[in-house]
Design a protein around this ligand. Sequence first.
Ligand code: MLT
Length: 318
Amino acid sequence: MTWHILIPDNVDRRAIDLLTAIPDFKVTAPGNMSRAALLAEIGTAHALIIRSATTVDAELLAAAPQLRAVARAGVGVDNVDLAAAQARGIIVVNTPGGNTISTAEYTLALMLALARHIPQGHASLAAGNWDRKAFGGVELQGLTLGIIGMGRIGRDVAVRASAFDMICIGFDPYVDAHSAHSAGIEKQDTLEQLYARADFLTLHALVTPDTRHMINATSLEQMKPGIRIINAARGALIDEAALAAALQRGHVAGAAIDVYPEEPPPADNPLLNLPNVIHTPHLAASTDGAQVRVAIEAAELLRDGLLRDDWRNVVSGA
Ligand code: MLT
């Protein structure tokens, strides 16, 4: 049997070459595929490799009668309708480890940029000014970093923040205090405890019914005045209107935002253009190293699953 593997998003060439070299596979990888082109092509596909640009929803699944598997080159599967895939017996796999370092390093980059107003200083100088007074910052040493979500990325952030002599505290109902301690994190029993102590807060949680809008008017009020918030996880963790209000009244001193509930964010996104917010377009995992790793791992997962029924990193469906 020939398996048709469709790769609508841009993935590293080495993953495409790995699959193309296997005689049992026919690979279609035009890159940057439009929704219309994808709908036209997916009827014969047995497997998909996607990044975040492709949404695998009920409409797409209905147009894909042969589909057996979806491999997400990345961690988040919020762009896949898991219930609809499960109902069809479609296996969904992801590559949770490949972009950990890139995302952890990017979180530190955002934290430093936030602490020292680096983007604002750059923009000011580029606009022809020489203003050394407006952008005074804070040192990280001795400040407390609150980490929500102590999985791979949260723990790697802690290791790096500890090198800056920050005190790392964390909350994660699925991680015990001993395991947190091994990453240099002092586990907090409640979010309220963490909010009361954190000078910086970084989010590394999945979006679930429990975590959606966990940063909201109520939780913001529980935070220390002057807190700075970093989100390189998922936009839906934050009630953006509530955060914008807290930034405008100065209760939150700054925010660095890489992710949005709707990507790209619409022009009326309440956080856009606030002077104390740094924005980037979902770049945390965008390094050569991470993109090579996640693409090759996704290709290997499909190869071993389709040819040997050896399914690993299964998120749903097996
Ligand atoms: C992920 O979920 O892996 C990251 O957000 C990066 C991406 O979406 O590609």
